[in-house]
Design a protein around this ligand. Structure first.
Ligand code: PAY
Ligand code: ZN
Length: 321
């Protein structure tokens, strides 16, 4: 069902507006913010990684945190979340003591838009299309698109919650990392392994909606599987519950929502022991606007996650194993 853009939705950034906003911040804060292109989408748009840290041009020996946004096209509020965090971190540096400590002692990776093609398609006609996947053609099928959050290479397609049919909303792709957007981000994550040690210790992948803080695994309902010990699961629960106490979301293992294989947090934990969470942002239910809440909630609903994200950034040197 198409949704109109009410005038209030003018506040949601398009891909071009997001890039313009990033360019302004880069120009204003060159000492603590840098930008690199880590790959191209299926239609050739840039997949961008922003680094926020003091001595930003140097790879210091500091805990790294990976914040990823917008795997799913219609989840536009997540791009606003990325831009909010970027603004808080770079504008707060040197004035807000908590932010200053974090930026001085961490390397923060913000990947603001993992699915720029899907996002552009979703808003292309002046009304939203409720599109979820990327826009990659599927050979032999008239239906384009891979569900990026079913395309990650850990227990890919093993179990439930993804489809082998290109027409499905949860199409898992022809192989793990067959989506160029997933391949780019997976290559980027792997590139942070130095001397056999993954420098990225924790992360959050932002989605909407349902107001949840979730942790691996999604592919199984077991809390201890595929290398996850009872201690690891307890650490996920403790950190996840604390963040949820801050933002008012519901904390749970991903498979409590539904079993789904091939997601980013299963991959990052399962293959690299990155403490990766999935946040489902506002609203709690379809009644609050589903994927398309009015633009006037952006400020409140992004600020709502400020403390939870700062908590994870602060905890990043404890949760690693
Ligand atoms: O493993 O993180 C996971 C799965 C959870 C999300 C997913 O299906 O990828 C949950 C959904 C999402 O954000 O994509 C929830 C929304 C409301 C949906 O489209 O069903
Ligand atoms: Zn999603």
């Amino acid at each position: 069902r198409p949704h109109d853009f009410p005038a209030a939705d003018a506040k949601y950034h398009t891909y071009a507006e997001m890039n313009a906003e990033i360019a302004r911040r880069l120009a204003a804060h060159p000492g603590i913010l840098s930008r690199r292109v880590i790959g191209k989408s299926a239609e050739g748009r840039d997949i961008v990684a922003l680094k926020v840290s003091d001595h930003v041009a140097t790879d210091e020996n500091e805990p790294e945190v990976l914040l990823t946004f917008h795997q799913h096209a219609r989840e536009h509020l997540t791009v606003e979340m990325a831009l909010y965090l970027l603004r808080e971190l770079v504008d707060g540096y040197g004035t807000d003591p908590r932010i200053t400590r974090i930026v001085d002692s961490r390397e923060i990776w913000i990947l603001p838009d993992l699915n720029p093609d899907g996002g552009a398609y979703d808003i292309a006609t002046g009304s939203y299309r409720s599109w979820r996947k990327n826009r990659q053609p599927n050979s032999g099928s008239p239906y384009p698109g891979t569900d990026l959050n079913r395309n990650w290479g850990f227990h890919w397609g093993c179990c439930q919650g993804s489809s082998g049919s290109p027409s499905a909303e949860t199409y898992r792709g022809s192989a793990p990392e067959s989506a160029p957007e997933v391949k780019a981000v997976a290559d980027f994550a792997r590139s942070r392994v130095v001397g056999g040690r993954q420098q990225i210790r924790a992360g959050i992948d932002f989605h909407s909606y349902s107001e949840l803080v979730m942790w691996p695994f999604g592919f199984t309902t077991s809390a201890t599987a595929a290398g996850m010990t009872a201690d690891d699961a307890a650490a996920f629960r403790a950190v996840g519950r604390r963040m949820a106490a801050s933002n008012g979301y519901t904390p749970e293992q991903t498979s409590d929502l539904y079993v789904s294989d091939g997601s980013i947090d299963d991959y990052l934990w399962g293959t690299q022991r990155i403490f990766d969470f999935t946040f489902e942002m506002y609203p709690r239910s379809a009644a609050g606007g589903g994927f398309y809440p009015p633009g006037e909630v952006i400020e409140r609903e992004t600020a709502r996650n400020r403390d939870a994200v700062l908590q994870l950034l602060e905890t990043a040197d404890c949760v690693y194993r």
